[in-house]
Design a protein around this ligand. Structure first.
Ligand code: HEM
Ligand SMILES: *[C@@H]1O[C@H](CO)[C@@H](O)[C@H](O)[C@H]1NC(C)=O
Ligand SMILES: *[C@@H]1O[C@H](CO)[C@@H](O)[C@H](O)[C@H]1NC(C)=O
Length: 428
């Protein structure tokens, strides 16, 4: 399938999915002319102050604040949000954050939810910015669901509200679209036959990268670099996709600190202890004796989310993403192994984008943001046409204020040399 006929267009007509998106929020995103200027300004500021993976913190949280009553997430007995383990029919997948929210009834316990429910839960419980929540939730509905709802695990049954047909395989079934290689605690699909089961050993590796009792963005970024190299050395089909690799893989690491850390007057930016991260990931035991128990992701007792005065919003996430790429440029090297281990080959961004971007210009201004939005619409051939049209329209609205250079086409033949891209997904 060539993408060229479904170019991201800023002027496309309003389609059904857009109506499903809360109108007020939608207007904020579509009509905010500040976003473009702000993104350029941020990129410039960041260029002068690359001090580490968390260089963006001081920029976005200049006056850290803490309000206990406002930030407390009550999951105690009787709160209505106590932990309830998933039953055999409940859908759970590669995302520990969403799994935990379903276990606590902040999302439907069966794991199948609407765009609005995902937006409400993520903005309220962990302080995700509304634009980022809207983008991620709409994308889920468009590439893994039925345009209005999607599963955080596998294909929903009809009893759960799912539709019959090829749409709606959920996050676990979206390898290379949403689900990416080199995840923190999940194996690569073609390495293990699954992309969502938590591996105790990978969790222990993460902790080993973060000595001293706490997990921060610097050690997570180092751990990501290690995981990237480890998968090149172990997975003959390792693939760092244009969207799944460049944009989702970093989220799988930065979300750990930005959304799972506990907040307090002493640590207003967040403190992520081993116990807190273990709870969120459904890990029993202590350092050296961990044991992942699938399905037991829990929001810790006495946990305080980030302040909503500075939610973790799109521009904050993109700044973290750029910081990580400056430290480890391989992160934005689109490509993969060519069928045997240690054969990582990168494609030319110039060739991929018909000359629009190159690796240099990708890090300039708001180009990386544009590229990510535009590439999120790059889906595998199993996606239906209607979904793609709706998605590209929605993405078009989101990026309109960025004045992105028009991406005419993605030359998919550039990616076809990678078996990790062309291989048909098989799910256990
Ligand atoms: C609507 C919002 C969200 C969507 C669509 C989403 C989607 C995903 C997807 C597709 C993955 C798999 C990526 C991979 O293969 O590495 C993932 C992983 C992950 N997500 Fe989410 N997510 C959302 C919200 C959250 C939130 C709120 C948190 C934190 C509380 C979170 C934390 C994580 C983490 C830590 C991983 C990596 C898991 C691992 O491999 O160890 N996500 N998410
Ligand atoms: C979060 O921090 C507060 C203040 O230090 C503390 O009372 C609470 O137990 C912490 N919660 C977790 C889950 O560590
Ligand atoms: C990009 O395309 C040019 C012209 O077709 C070709 O010579 C070059 O090898 C390509 N670069 C990569 C990395 O594929």
């Amino acid at each position: 399938m060539k993408f060229s006929s479904r170019v991201v267009s800023a002027s496309a007509a309003v389609l059904p999915l857009v109506n499903a998106f809360p109108a007020k929020l939608y207007d904020v995103i579509a009509n905010d002319p500040q976003i473009a200027a702000r993104t350029i300004e941020l990129a410039k500021t960041l260029q002068g102050r690359q001090t580490g993976a968390d260089a963006a913190t001081a920029l976005f949280e200049p006056v850290p604040q803490f309000n206990a009553a406002d930030q407390y997430i009550d999951v105690s007995e009787g709160s209505g949000h106590e932990y309830v383990a998933p039953g055999p029919d409940d859908l759970r997948g590669p995302c520990p954050g969403l799994n935990a929210m379903a276990n606590h009834g902040f999302l439907p316990h069966n794991g199948y939810a609407t765009i609005s429910q995902y937006i409400d839960a993520t903005t309220t419980v962990v302080g995700m910015g509304p634009q980022l929540a809207g983008f991620l939730s709409i994308l889920g509905a468009a590439i893994d669901g039925d345009l209005t709802a999607w599963s955080m695990g596998g294909t929903p049954s009809v009893a759960q509200g799912g539709l019959l047909g090829p749409l709606g395989n959920g996050l676990s079934g979206s390898h290379n679209k949403y689900e990416s290689d080199a995840s923190p605690t999940r194996p690569d699909l073609y390495e293990a036959g699954n992309d969502y089961i938590t591996e105790t050993g990978q969790f222990q590796d993460l902790i080993n990268y973060c000595p001293g009792g706490q997990v921060d963005l610097d050690c997570l970024t180092d751990f990501r670099s290690y995981r990237f190299d480890q998968q090149i050395a172990n997975n003959p089909y390792f693939f760092n996709g244009p969207f799944s690799g460049v944009a989702v893989q970093p989220a799988a690491y930065t979300f750990i600190f930005r959304y799972m850390a506990n907040h307090s007057a002493e640590y207003p930016v967040g403190y992520l202890s081993y116990d807190t991260i273990a709870s969120w990931f459904g890990i029993e035991g202590t350092n050296g004796n961990y044991n992942a128990v699938q399905g037991t992701e829990r929001i810790p007792d006495n946990w305080y989310r980030r302040a909503q005065a500075y939610p973790y919003e799109l521009e904050y996430f993109i700044s973290d993403l750029i910081n990580a790429a400056v430290l480890h440029p391989k992160f934005i090297n689109i490509g993969g192994n060519t069928g045997t281990v240690n054969t990582f080959t990168g494609v030319s961004v110039t060739n991929l984008t018909g000359g629009l971007f190159n690796l240099q210009t990708l890090l300039e201004g708001n180009n990386l943001g544009c590229f990510i939005y535009q590439l999120s619409a790059q889906a595998k051939p199993d996606a239906l046409l209607g979904a793609l049209d709706t998605l590209t329209d929605t993405i078009g609205k989101l990026i309109a204020p960025l004045s992105c250079p028009q991406l005419e086409a993605i030359d998919e033949s550039q990616l076809e040399q990678f078996p990790g891209y062309t291989k048909k997904a098989v799910y256990s």
